[in-house]
Design a protein around this ligand. Structure first.
Ligand code: NAD
Ligand code: MG
Length: 390
């Protein structure tokens, strides 16, 4: 039996992960399941999967979780420290699917405990790529990408020599506003931004797809995860979301990973790696599909892409600053304090202000420096947002 933990179990990736586990329930022993503040959902999952411990990061929900699990033998826990303790419990495979920088520390603790970390939480790589890779190396742990684009690149690179890679092309659906007139973007609402043409995902990543902050994070994730030179990383808008990424080699070959937009492919690939097992995803009918289309990724429509280039150029702690500023700007947009297009303006201003103060390019990446940069960027973003919100 494989020992498995799922962090962010109540979210979109977490539920898709448990869907795969449910189909082969006997093969797994569940160590920990975590949720943010959705007590009812976590109780339901814990009653079904019977983990050793169920952890809610929101301490206020402890009593309800405890009562909901009475008589099950599942330990209830709540709060940040409990979450980290749960991540440090020995497990063979751990899904990192908390959203935001909040997912970094649990992932690091799982690596320190030697687990194979299935990494959906792209923010970990953006904020602390070198620390993640080094922690895995020191503890003999593995990190497998779950972001669909990075799973695609990972699969295209199996058996290949990285030195023969000429370019990596990350595709983008373009999100909710890819066909909107530019002039209308400033008035876009959170509800409009939270509808995705192809993928069914959590609210935050869906809005990040409309702004392309999600793609911006993914470009940085590509650089950090695979060690690819930023000049070799391209983005193309591909409205059908059937090709997830392509890897181009020095001999001109271009290897594409093609499949329907269903995260259970990338999750299942990471779950069974290095084997390939049957997965419950739709099989593509190419004739029915007919054609696939591509367009340039316009930096005027999606300034987040230009900012990602800047972050990759600066390196150091600028990824942590970028992500924290983006999270704060997204919160402000959701609270209707700033408009859709102001999110990128806020992030750019924070990068210009906070990064030089941090001497970001030179600073060593440790958990302390990353958390410090994160805090500082959130404070700076708070000031910039307050000035703009008036
Ligand atoms: P989601 O919002 O559906 O779920 C997030 C999970 O994290 C929930 O369990 C929530 O309760 C928990 N959570 C939220 N804030 C928390 C906090 N501060 N502390 C602890 N737990 C907290 O998000 P999602 O769409 O499942 O995405 C999860 C991660 O996977 C993100 O990093 C996202 O970028 C990445 N990802 C998602 C998809 C997708 O298809 N949904 C695809 C690629 C990558
Ligand atoms: Mg992705």
């Amino acid at each position: 039996m494989r020992r498995i933990s799922v962090f962010g179990a109540t979210g979109s990736i977490g539920l898709n992960t448990l869907d795969l586990i449910r189909r082969d329930r006997e093969a797994y022993e569940i160590v920990a399941l975590s949720g943010g503040n959705n007590v009812a959902q976590l109780v339901k999952l814990a009653r079904e999967f019977r983990p050793v411990v169920a952890v809610l990061s929101d301490e206020g929900g402890f009593a309800a979780l405890h009562d909901g699990l009475a008589g099950t033998g599942v330990s209830a826990a709540a709060g940040r420290t409990a979450l980290i303790e749960a991540a440090a419990r020995p497990a063979d495979w751990v899904m990192s699917a908390i959203v935001g920088a909040a997912g970094l520390e649990p992932g690091l603790h799982a690596l320190q405990a030697g687990a194979t970390l299935a990494l959906a939480n792209k923010e970990s790589m953006v904020c602390a790529g070198p620390l993640m890779l080094e922690t895995a190396r020191v503890h003999g742990a593995a990190i497998l990408p779950v972001d669909s684009e990075h799973s695609a690149v990972f699969q295209a690179l199996i058996g290949e020599d990285l030195a023969a890679v000429e370019r990596v092309i990350i595709t983008a659906s373009g999100g909710a506003f890819r066909d909107w007139p530019l002039a209308d973007l400033a008035r876009a609402t959170p509800e409009q931004a939270a509808t995705h043409p192809n993928w069914d995902m959590g609210q935050r990543i869906t809005i990040d797809s409309a702004s392309m902050f999600n793609k911006a994070l993914e470009l940085i994730e590509t650089k950090e995860f695979f060690g690819i030179d930023p000049d070799r990383i391209e983005t193309v808008v591909h409205p059908e979301s059937m090709i997830h990424a392509l890897v181009g080699f020095v001999d001109g070959a271009l290897m594409a990973h093609v499949g329907p937009p269903d995260m259970r492919h990338a999750i299942g690939f990471a779950l069974h790696h290095p084997a390939r097992r049957t997965l419950p995803v739709e099989r593509l009918d190419l004739v029915q599909l007919g054609f696939l289309s591509f367009r340039p990724a316009c930096e005027k429509r999606w300034p987040a892409l230009r900012l990602a280039r800047e972050v990759m150029r600066r390196g150091g702690l600028s990824g942590a600053v970028f992500n924290a500023a983006k999270e704060a700007a997204l919160d402000a947009f959701l609270a209707r304090r700033i408009g859709f297009t102001q999110m990128a303006e806020v992030v750019e201003e924070v990068l210009d202000r906070a990064v030089p103060q941090l001497d970001a390019a030179d600073a060593a990446i440790s958990l302390d420096t990353v958390l410090h940069a994160d805090q500082m960027a959130r404070r700076a973003a708070g000031d910039v947002i307050a000035a703009r919100a008036g």
